[in-house]
Design a protein around this ligand. Structure first.
Ligand SMILES: Nc1ncnc2c1ncn2[C@@H]1O[C@H](COP(=O)(O)OP(=O)(O)OP(=O)(O)O)[C@@H](O)[C@H]1O
Ligand SMILES: [Mg+2]
Length: 496
């Protein structure tokens, strides 16, 4: 089977990358792109958020360029088809040896000559590289995968590929030939994982070998064509040093959180989609002492714990007959019989929330999870709703009581306007007053404004509150710096 659609390529459909083939000019290329040194800029008054796209709009190609691009694609299809006729494609994979790649490169170069292509040198090398990417890799996605600064790849049908780089979401110039081409790439991604994505099973959630999270959903469920969402976790995951470097957090807060985890507080991480919850959970988990037994439970394993004593559990979707599904809840209940010291649940989305609160209340202190909520207050309501999904009819007050006695600390992550990610609130859950869960911020982010690059900026402050669990931190042998709780600014962004 060819890597493209089986029939010969129709002309004038696929748009090639712009002539320079480079990443859009204004996307920062240095690893410090997220908050690293910025070029000096004058300080104009703040602009509205929509006024500063990260990438210059892609110029509309003229007719001659379009025709040339179509000819290029047609040629690529022809050469690729001939290549497929000559080679045993089943032996080719992304892990293929460099000799194998060189061999295929020679065959493709020879085919190019046979075709008498009239391509210039750079077009010809691009053609050879693109065919190699199709043959060994994931086609047009390979260029994106080679860029370590791209964190999310969001494909909405063959002609619309968005990327997130340095916290900014932008439209890339990568395109697939058609739906069949994109479906083929999806198949290439999911089939080595023992999964399928077709009419019978039109949605797949999976994890790549490098830890990236993948979701594919195809027609008829996805109306405008196959859709693929990839959340990449770079080779170098974000660490506490990065949090401090990016001013997502202050060094004092890192030390404080270390003490909280060490002392076995139950911690709830809250935040919106893509706000950095999992990254935070991963980093908080890194503070768990090495001599404790940790069980992690996730839908698609993303956590990368370094401790020696970790049991990683992952849910399983139902099979084609709709049987065999294992949920977070099943794993959580099972984990209680595994004598864990700590339970780390990737995300609570439903009835498992009740089991998680109960586990935290019954001897599994130091457990952590994340929930999707836009504020610490909102988190209480979310938890209430999710506990109701467990099927037990508990009165709201009872749920709140469970919450207040289970959770000691809430850490809120947020993706601010313009893409900066921050820890915005570190909040102690104090207890209940009447029907209300009482909480107070220990540290928080205060936004000052929006800078010339449309990015929110502000400062992280200590609120001057000594948490009620301080004695517990001391009792567990943690070094406490009383300065942590002196009201002051801990770190401030530079507006530019
Ligand atoms: N403090 C940070 N600074 C810069 N980038 C960050 C920071 N925290 C997380 N990121 C990046 O943001 C992206 C989203 O992070 P993460 O997966 O942790 O979010 P999430 O809230 O768990 O998302 P989802 O809701 O999809 O599960 C990742 O690419 C991650 O590397
Ligand atoms: Mg997550």
């Amino acid at each position: 089977m060819g890597l493209f659609a089986k029939k010969p390529a129709p002309a004038a459909t696929t748009v090639a990358p712009p002539a320079n083939g480079d990443a859009p000019a204004s996307v920062p290329k240095s690893p410090s792109a997220i908050t690293g040194p910025k070029p000096p800029l004058p300080v104009p008054p703040p602009k509205p958020a929509a006024a500063a796209p990260a990438v210059a709009p892609i110029a509309k190609p003229d007719r001659a360029t379009e025709e040339r691009a179509a000819r290029f694609q047609e040629l690529k299809s022809t050469i690729h088809r001939k290549l497929v006729e000559q080679l045993d494609m089943t032996k080719l994979s992304r892990e293929a040896s460099s000799e194998m790649r060189d061999h295929v490169r020679q065959v493709v170069t020879a085919l190019c000559e046979e075709e008498n292509t009239l391509l210039n040198y750079s077009e010809r090398s691009r053609l050879v590289e693109e065919i190699l990417d199709e043959t060994f890799g994931l086609g047009p996605m390979e260029t994106l995968l080679k860029d370590p600064l791209i964190s999310d790849i969001l494909i909405n049908g063959p002609k619309q590929v968005y990327i997130e780089k340095g916290g900014k979401l932008t439209l890339s110039d990568v395109k697939f030939k058609d739906n069949a081409h994109l479906l083929h790439i999806i198949d290439k991604i999911v089939s080595p994982l023992g999964r399928r994505c077709d009419e019978v099973c039109p949605l797949v959630d999976a994890r790549l070998k490098d830890g990236s999270r993948v979701n594919a959903i195809i027609p008829p469920l996805a109306i405008d064509g196959p859709s693929l969402s990839i959340r990449r976790f770079g080779k170098d995951p974000i660490t506490w040093d990065d949090y401090v470097r990016f001013r997502s957090c202050a060094p004092e807060i890192t030390e404080f959180l270390n003490a909280c985890v060490h002392a076995g507080l139950n911690i709830l991480i809250v935040g919106g989609t893509g706000s950095g919850k999992t990254t935070l959970l991963n980093n908080l988990s890194s503070f768990i002492p090495d001599d404790e037994r940790i069980v992690t439970i996730e839908d698609a394993a993303e956590l990368q714990l370094r401790q020696p004593h970790v049991v990683r559990l992952e849910t399983r979707p139902a099979n084609i007959e709709g049987k065999g599904r294992i949920t977070i809840r099943d794993l959580l209940i099972n984990s209680l019989r595994m004598r864990p010291d700590r339970i780390v649940v990737g995300e609570c989305r439903g009835g498992e929330t009740l089991d998680m609160l109960q586990a935290m209340n019954t001897g599994h202190e130091g457990s952590m999870t994340t929930v999707h909520a836009n504020s610490t207050r909102d988190a209480v309501q979310r938890v209430e709703t999710m506990v109701m999904m467990s099927g037990f009819e508990l009165p709201t007050r009872a749920i709140r009581q469970q919450f207040a006695s289970a959770i000691n600390l809430i850490v809120q992550a947020a993706r601010l306007t313009g893409g900066r990610r921050k820890i915005t609130n570190i909040t102690e859950v104090q207890g209940m007053e009447g029907d209300v869960v009482t909480m107070q911020d220990i540290f928080k982010f205060e936004q000052i404004g929006v800078d010339s690059r449309s990015r929110a900026y502000g400062r992280i402050v200590s609120c001057g509150v000594r948490p009620g669990f301080l004695d517990r931190l001391k009792a567990s042998g943690c070094a406490i710096d009383s300065n942590w709780f002196t009201p002051r600014t801990l770190v401030e962004d530079d507006p530019d």
